[in-house]
Write a protein that binds this ligand. Structure first.
Ligand code: ZN
Ligand code: MN
Ligand code: MN
Length: 280
């Protein structure tokens, strides 16, 4: 079982593995730079070596990077689109340098245009960044979204549409966020609902393309299209869904990352809650 949470890189990315260990994780998600910047201070060979060494000496077995929230690969504004694409290339460079195999990102928002135009911009952006870095091994994971505002990627069909437009699909995958899909209208609270939703995922996107989970409960109800994370078992999703995920043998090998509120102490509790659900 690969289980953990999003941890801080404050004072150095190499400190992240220890922060994961401290909360009882064996999988972590990190930002590779300060979230509020478009492009970060470059990762030197020395930074990368320090991180790889710290990772190797820790009990952390899986790492994913989450991209900056500033990036919008579907922006209708030419300047912002170009800025986003360059910032995304920087994210890919950083992930590659750190040797992190998966980069999670939100597909994008269409703002004042339309869903169709936004989806096509995202496809174009992804083909562009992949062609700019032809020999990279980092995989780009499209995250399922809640569909808040004009955010795209709130249906499995939209994600499949994007993926279908990508020339090198094998360099992409999906990150499933439980709070997001629930807010987008996919129920997972009962065995029947869970089987139904995962069945749709399997048919439309393929389980083999599911590379990471964000395990979050939701402060907002089913179909609310509002993205507010809650601690495991404390929100509108409730514990049963997380028990079903934890016990699903097809998903054993997939990293499961918490992005729940409350910081390290709350992560500890959420990890213990999930491990109890796995047993109980
Ligand atoms: Zn995300
Ligand atoms: Mn997420
Ligand atoms: Mn969210």
């Amino acid at each position: 079982m690969l289980l953990g949470a999003h941890v801080s890189i404050a004072k150095g990315v190499y400190l992240a593995p220890a922060r994961g260990e401290e909360i009882g994780a064996n999988a972590i998600q990190i930002f590779s730079k300060n979230q509020s910047q478009w492009v970060g201070k470059p990762i030197t060979e020395d930074d990368a070596e320090k991180f790889k060494k710290a990772l190797k000496e820790s009990t952390i077995e899986a790492v994913v990077i989450h991209d900056s929230y500033l990036i919008n690969l579907g922006s209708p504004d030419e300047m912002l689109l170009e800025k986003s694409r360059q910032a995304f290339l920087d994210e890919m460079d950083r992930a590659e340098r750190l040797g992190v195999p998966d980069l999670v990102f939100h597909p994008g928002s269409y703002l004042k245009t339309s869903e169709a135009l936004g989806l096509n911009k995202i496809v174009e952006s992804l083909n562009f960044v992949l062609s700019e870095r032809p020999d990279y091994t980092v995989r780009l994971l499209l995250e399922t979204t809640a569909g808040q505002g004009t955010n795209l990627g709130y249906s499995f069909e939209q994600l499949a549409y994007i993926r279908d437009g990508i020339e090198q699909k094998e360099r992409t995958g999906i990150c499933l966020d439980t709070a997001h899909i629930f807010a987008a209208g996919y129920d997972i609270r009962s065995k029947a609902a869970y089987v139904g939703t995962m069945g749709k995922f399997e048919t439309i996107l393929g389980l083999e393309n599911l590379r990471a989970f964000h395990l979050n409960d939701s402060k907002k109800p089913l179909g609310s299209r509002v993205d507010r994370h809650e601690n495991i078992g404390k929100g509108f999703i409730g514990p049963d869904a997380f028990r079903l995920i934890m016990k699903d043998e097809r998903l054993q090998h997939i990293p499961k990352i918490l992005e729940t509120p409350g910081g390290p102490e709350a992560y500890k509790v959420d990890i213990q809650t999930l491990l109890k659900l796995l047993k109980g």
